[in-house]
Design a protein. Structure first.
Ligand code: ZN
Length: 281
């Protein structure tokens, strides 16, 4: 079975603060033509463009940073996750600051906006990236591991293990026929209260707050007043993130991706390993 490429039925605009920079940003996701892919355009830098592709990854500390020449785009993973999972192949994303808005810390605002805008079928086949054989990517200084295997369906299977009383071992899984908008998109980013000081000192999470992130006060519980969206919301968020990082391959992956303790560094390293393997064949 083949599938056509799709773009959005109409533009969607989002305004908010960047999680790390704290800067206010207005971002518009606009329909684009066949084989355009996902491209960011920095309006504040005279329209300089950064393609969403794995070769442009230039930083992975607490978010994925893309660079093309002097232009950078930060924290791309939640938008790209929603685009890939909701079937948006082609879009031009304009923004007037470096970092995408964190919104409520999840991808739900994107998923809901895309559902409302609707998808437009385009007159060209969608390309899929087939995993040709078993590939394993391991963390250099961690026990993180991502296994990529051939399969006729797309499955992302994530396990996290924070060795914490509040957040222990959790698993979450998404396959391409799964309900991303309801089951994955609403899951928020998270961090430990004990990390907040160090992250702030490193110039990160300037826009972080309890309305856009789950904060874990070990061993007492979550600092947030509202209930978790799911008991395994944190694992589901890591699932959301890895889908967004693998979207940097420029087309949906067909195969099984099993990730143990994933993060942006190993996610993008694994995607690059797959991209290089395909290139060398
Ligand atoms: Zn995230």
């Amino acid at each position: 079975m083949t599938t056509k490429q799709h773009t959005l039925g109409k533009s969607c605009t989002f305004t908010g603060k960047g999680l790390h920079t704290g800067a206010t940003v207005t971002m518009t996701v606009m329909p684009a033509g066949v084989d355009h892919g996902i491209v960011f355009q920095r309006e504040d830098l005279g329209g300089k463009r950064v393609r969403a592709c794995i070769a442009n990854v230039s930083g992975t500390r607490r978010s994925t940073l893309l660079r093309s020449g002097e232009a950078t785009v930060r924290t791309t993973e939640h938008l790209l996750s929603a685009m890939l999972a909701m079937g948006v192949d082609n879009a031009l994303v304009t923004l007037d600051s470096e970092e995408l808005p964190i919104l409520d810390g999840s991808a739900a605002p994107y998923a809901q906006a895309f559902l409302q805008a609707g998808l437009l079928e385009q007159p060209s086949e969608r390309r899929y990236i087939e995993i040709p054989r078993r590939l394993v990517c391991r963390g250099l200084f961690s026990s993180s591991r991502i296994v990529m295997e051939p399969s006729s369906e797309t499955v992302f299977d994530v396990t996290i293990d924070f060795k914490s009383k509040v957040l222990g071992v959790q698993n979450a899984l998404w396959s391409e026929d799964g309900d991303y908008a309801e089951q994955v998109a609403p899951c928020r980013t998270f961090c430990f209260l004990s990390e907040v000081k160090a992250l702030r000192a490193a110039g990160l999470i300037k826009g972080g707050a309890l309305d856009n992130a789950l904060v874990i006060d070990e061993p007492n519980g979550y600092c947030n007043n509202d209930a978790l969206k799911f008991p395994n919301e944190c694992a589901r968020h890591k699932l959301l993130d890895i889908i967004g990082d693998f979207a940097l391959l420029g087309a949906p992956v067909r195969g099984r991706i099993t990730a143990y303790k994933p993060g942006h560094k190993i996610n993008t390293k694994a995607a690059l390993l797959l991209a290089r393997h395909l290139k060398e064949r």
